[in-house]
Design a protein around this ligand. Structure first.
Ligand code: AMP
Length: 190
C-alpha cells in the first residue's frame, strides 16, 4: 500500500490537488472534513455531535476523528493506498495513524506540504465561500480555523520531519504547475 498525507492550512488547495492525485495515482481519498460534512447533512448521531464544532471552526476531538478515520480505512481493504486530506491535524492523530497503519503492515510513505501564505488563504477562501456556502468559510470562522492550524496542526510537521517523510511544494501558482511539482515529489517516493 502507498499512503500519502496532503498537508497545509485551510485554502492551501488540498482538496483540489487531491482530486488530481487520485485520478493519476489511483488512490482512495479520505477527507475527514468531507466525512464530517456528510454526517452533518445526513443528520447522523455523529453529525449531531460535531455540527457546532465545525460551525465554530474548531477541531473535532481526536478520539472521534481517529475512530471515524480508522473505520473508513478498514472498510476499504482492497485499495492501492490512501490519500489523507485534512488528517492528521494533531500530533496524537499522527501517532494514532502510524500505529494503525503499522497494525495493517503499512505506513505513511510521504507527507506533501503545500506552502501558501496567509493572504492567499484568505483570498481563496473568500472565493470558495461564494460557491461552497460553507459556514466555516465565513471570515470570522476562518480566523479560528487558521488559529487551530497554527496552534495545533503545524506541530504535525516536525513529527513527520523526524521520520524524513516531508516534501514541500509551492502551493501558489497555476493548478497544473503545482500538480506537476506534486507528481515529481510522489514519483520520487514511490
Ligand atoms: P476541512 O474540510 O478539512 O477544512 O475540515 C473542516 C472542519 O472539519 C475542520 O475545521 C474541523 O472542524 C473538522 N475536521 C476535519 N478534519 C479534522 C481532523 N483531522 N481533526 C479534527 N477536526 C477535523
Amino acid at each position: 500500500m502507498y499512503n500519502l498525507v496532503i498537508f497545509g492550512p485551510p485554502g492551501a488547495g488540498k482538496g483540489t490537488q487531491s482530486e488530481k492525485i487520485i485520478a493519476k495515482y489511483n488512490l482512495a481519498h479520505i477527507s475527514t472534513g468531507d466525512m464530517f460534512r456528510m454526517h452533518i447533512s445526513n443528520d447522523t448521531e455523529l453529525g449531531k455531535r460535531v455540527k457546532q464544532i465545525l460551525a465554530d471552526g474548531m477541531l473535532v476531538p481526536d478520539s472521534i476523528t481517529i475512530d471515524m478515520l480508522e473505520e473508513e480505512v478498514t472498510n476499504n481493504p482492497d485499495v492501492k493506498g490512501f490519500i489523507f486530506d485534512g488528517f492528521p491535524r494533531t500530533v496524537p492523530q499522527a501517532e494514532a495513524l502510524d500505529k494503525f497503519l503499522e497494525s495493517k503492515g503499512s505506513k505513511v510513505n510521504l507527507v506533501l506540504q503545500l506552502e501558501v501564505n496567509q493572504d492567499i488563504i484568505k483570498e481563496r477562501i473568500a472565493e470558495r465561500q461564494k460557491v461552497s456556502g460553507r459556514a466555516d468559510d465565513d471570515a470570522s470562522k476562518l480566523i479560528k480555523r487558521i488559529d487551530e492550524y497554527f496552534s495545533k496542526t503545524v506541530h504535525v510537521l516536525p513529527y513527520y520531519q523526524a521520520q524524513n517523510k516531508v516534501d514541500k511544494v509551492n502551493g501558489i501558482g497555476k493548478i497544473d504547475d503545482i500538480f506537476d511539482d506534486i507528481s515529481k515529489a510522489i514519483d520520487k517516493s514511490l
